[in-house]
Design a protein around this ligand. Structure first.
Ligand code: PLP
Length: 486
């Protein structure tokens, strides 16, 4: 008989875990806001941000949050109309998410998913598989959305090699769409302005029209009823490139960049048909659109289509800890199982135990408080509050769904004339962004396509928050209209 412990130790002699220390608050150095701003200007290199000269400081230093509000270090309160960055679904300051992180860190702070697993990643993967549409039963965990997109592209490429179609490597995605900033994800991203400095791109990124139905020039059928020409453009691109070279189509359920472009009825059914006809994988990039943002667990479920993979991040943990991932269908996993092949890809912190524990606690909150149902219940009121702004001549369009809307700003409401690049820059960065911050609203004034203001509050927001958002927007837009008219 084998000894139960090495060297025949008795149970009492076996190594025991160290007693856990009680949790303590971390000690932080007390500093003034001015000091922090000066240090930020000297040392913090912000993402997609200009470097600020040290003597001008001035960056908003965000300090703490509670539900739909955040406070900066100087004590000013803001309504978080963007959920951080389309992320904080359950609202700020949830003690149960912080407790889940602390408990997991205290128990097993880190172990990789390279040849090992840990209970929080296992539980989370099984739970996501049960929530996802169809047979997306496998989860490859990353630390964020760009890595998820990058991982999905690599997985698609290795999958096609395994099934004997090694020439399939290209990816089709839409103009203006943002899919991440690492080199692979950047090749899928459709924003020339953020790609040029890093050229040459990873080869294989092919772009097709998006579903902007406010600007009829991208829709040849207009003003006739929609012919789904934007979906058919995907077929044309596949044929132009050669179907034997195309691996996947990457689409968001509702495209963020450009301002919340919703798909026309029948768009995804047509895209699914096209992908099946040419043996191309359909990847639903739900880094923003999952976990209640559109009123269901996944955007593809709300819109009724079945992807081969889903990429996700942001709302998966509500931002309380970084995590992303790819959900993968049984069909894609099959050759890896049958041929006993390894997906040759890994990330040290992918599926970090603390982040997985936080994600589980986050999913608990979304489920317990039925936040997906809450979004469906209140999305009409949110939209109506924004639609009320249409009486302002600067408001051209209001579009989106769930808790995810864009308000497009125009020079002329009747003709839909947009602003020139310089005018948009002045309007958004010179006038609106600073004024909205001053008025205490966090939202996004963006000009990656035509100028839009984007809103995506925590899913706990309700009518009183929509009213506050619309009130602040009205004040800022009335003032901006006067500035633009001068
Ligand atoms: C649709 C989509 N995909 C990918 C990404 C990249 O995610 P991350 O910033 O976590 O790398 C984003 C980020 O906003 C996104 O919106």
């Amino acid at each position: 008989m084998m000894a139960p412990f090495p060297g025949g130790m008795r149970v009492a002699d076996a190594p025991q875990p160290r007693p856990r220390r009680p949790l303590e608050n971390p000690v932080t150095t007390p500093r003034t806001t001015d000091e922090l701003q000066a240090m930020a200007a000297a040392h913090v290199w912000g993402h997609f941000s200009k470097l600020v000269p040290e003597d001008t400081g001035g960056i908003v230093v965000m300090d703490h949050g509670d539900d739909c509000y955040v406070w900066d270090h100087a004590g000013k309160r803001y309504l978080d109309g963007l959920a951080g960055l389309f992320t904080v679904q359950v609202g700020h300051g949830r003690p149960e998410l912080a407790a889940a992180a602390a408990e997991q860190a205290n128990k097993l702070a880190y172990f990789p998913l390279w040849t090992y697993a840990h209970p929080s990643a296992i539980e989370l993967s099984a739970r996501l598989a049960a929530l996802a549409p169809g047979d997306l039963n496998r989860v490859f965990l990353t630390t964020g959305g760009g890595e998820a997109v990058e991982s999905a592209w690599k997985l698609a490429r290795q999958y096609f090699r395994l099934i004997g179609q090694p020439s399939r490597y290209k990816v089709i995605s839409r103009y203006l769409a943002y899919h991440g900033s690492s080199m692979g994800a950047l090749a899928i991203t459709g924003l020339p302005g953020i790609k040029t400095p890093f050229e040459p791109m990873v080869p294989g990124g092919v772009k097709v029209p998006n579903t902007n139905h406010y600007r009829p020039e991208v829709c040849p059928a207009w003003p006739e009823p929609c012919s789904l020409a934007c979906a058919d453009a995907i077929e044309e691109a596949i044929l132009a490139e050669g179907p034997e070279t195309v691996a996947a189509v990457f689409l968001e359920p509702v495209q963020n960049s450009g301002g919340c472009f919703t798909p026309p009825d029948g768009y995804f059914a047509r895209v699914r048909e096209i992908c099946d006809r040419y043996g191309v994988l359909l990847v639903s990039d739900e880094v923003i659109c999952a976990f209640g943002r559109l009123g269901d667990w996944f955007g593809s479920s709300r819109l009724g289509y079945q992807p081969d993979m889903i990429t996700m991040a942001k709302g998966l943990t509500s931002g309380y800890s970084p995590l992303g991932g790819v959900m993968i269908s049984d069909r894609i996993a099959a050759p890896f199982l049958e041929q006993e092949e390894t997906f040759l890809h890994g990330i040290t912190f992918g599926g970090h135990p603390v982040s997985c524990a936080v994600a589980l606690a986050n999913l608990d909150v979304i489920e317990r408080e039925d936040l997906t149902g809450r979004v469906r219940e209140h999305e009409g009121e949110f939209r109506a509050a924004l639609d009320d702004l249409r009486d302002l001549p600067i408001v051209g369009d209001v579009r989106g769904m769930g808790y995810f809307y864009g308000v497009e700003l125009v020079k002329d409401q009747a003709t839909r004339e947009t602003f020139t690049g310089d005018e948009a820059e002045h309007l958004l960065r010179g006038v609106l962004s600073p004024r909205l911050v001053e008025l205490g609203l966090i939202c996004r004034a963006d000009d990656r396509g035509d100028p839009v203001i984007q809103l995506s509050p925590p899913l706990t927001a309700g009518p009183e928050h929509f009213e506050e958002i619309a009130g602040v927007l009205r004040t800022a837009l009335v003032e901006a209209t006067e500035v633009v008219a001068r």
